[in-house]
Design a protein around this ligand. Structure first.
Ligand code: FE2
Length: 304
């Protein structure tokens, strides 16, 4: 039984090249029920756990704050997500936990079998987030697929083009020169492709496509799977080389398909650090709140 239940030859061909919606069966697995999530939160390395809260205005990316989970148990953390306004991010769960490593192997071997695309630098992350929480407008360097397991969320995916993201902005993100979120304008939503995710739905989008997310009015559990393919890594390397060239005064452009110019640029690029802008941004944030076991949903400000 395959994880994705609606493969077609057309989808297999378009995989990694277009925004695509799929159906899957992961939401039926007990590893994502309350007991499974509590166990996951207890077993996942606490120092790697991303804990965030945020405001309500999709333009106000500066309201994104990092917190600390302290010594809360998995059950208390799950309660915090159910009752509060937090976003728990368990990146690279496949690197730390055997059951998630097995899930990664299962999902990605199926992708390769169905599409012929080789994948690497795989990051299977688990997102456990509160009712109505949001992730601000941003983009990621690798390819991404977002799998909905519990609850509902809306995902807006924007074109990889100005004014949504310009070449210089993209290059800065690949170079990790910018710690700023990208400016979002509500008018962008008019050209976005909108995906309403419910349990059993997955969406994957074109590499580097800006996106933002809003949860429905309930606990959300999703899997974020990031990965590279040879073509995706080449694109990232070309962007990196372009950034270097632009700094030297040239006016480079992105080559969509590999050709000799792109290959020459890659020779100029050092190894690209595969990282999304959100990751860079998150790492630069100070820890400004903690969670109180007595009132697990309420962020408690730390003294400045
Ligand atoms: Fe993202």
């Amino acid at each position: 039984m395959s994880v994705i239940t609606d493969w077609t030859p057309e989808k297999a061909r378009a995989f990694t090249r277009a925004n695509l919606a799929f159906e899957h069966g992961l939401h039926e697995r007990p590893m994502f029920d309350d007991a499974g999530l509590e166990s996951l939160l207890d077993r996942y390395p606490r120092d790697k756990l991303g804990v965030f809260t945020m405001g309500h205005d999709p333009v106000d990316w500066q309201s994104w704050r990092r917190g600390s989970a302290g010594d809360l148990s998995g059950r208390q953390l799950l309660n915090a997500a159910k009752e509060g306004r937090i976003w728990l991010n368990l990146r690279h769960a496949n690197d730390y936990l055997e059951d998630y490593a097995a899930l990664e192997a299962e999902v990605f071997s199926e992708k390769t079998e169905r599409t012929g695309v080789r994948t690497f630098k795989r990051d299977l992350g688990v997102l456990i987030s509160s009712a109505n929480a949001q992730v601000f407008y941003h983009l990621d360097v690798p390819l991404v697929s977002l799998w909905q397991v519990r609850g509902q969320k809306r995902v807006w995916v924007y074109p990889v083009a100005a004014p949504h993201v310009g070449p210089e902005q993209l290059e800065k993100i690949v170079l990790r020169e910018t710690a700023e979120q990208m400016a979002f304008q509500p008018a962008f939503d008019g050209v976005a492709e909108v995906f309403d995710l419910t349990p059993g739905k997955m969406v994957t989008w074109a590499q580097n496509a800006p996106h933002r997310i809003e949860n429905g009015p309930m606990l959300n559990v999703s899997l974020s799977m990031e990965f590279m393919t040879p073509a995706a890594l080449m694109r990232a390397n070309v962007l990196y080389a372009n950034a270097v060239l632009r700094k030297a005064g040239a006016r480079p452009s992105v080559q969509a398909v590999p050709h000799p110019g792109a290959l020459a640029k890659i020779a100029l690029a050092r190894a690209v650090k595969v990282s999304g802008m959100s990751k860079t941004f998150d790492k630069s944030l100070p820890t400004t709140f903690t969670l109180d076991p007595a009132r697990p949903g309420v962020p408690v400000d730390l003294a400045a």
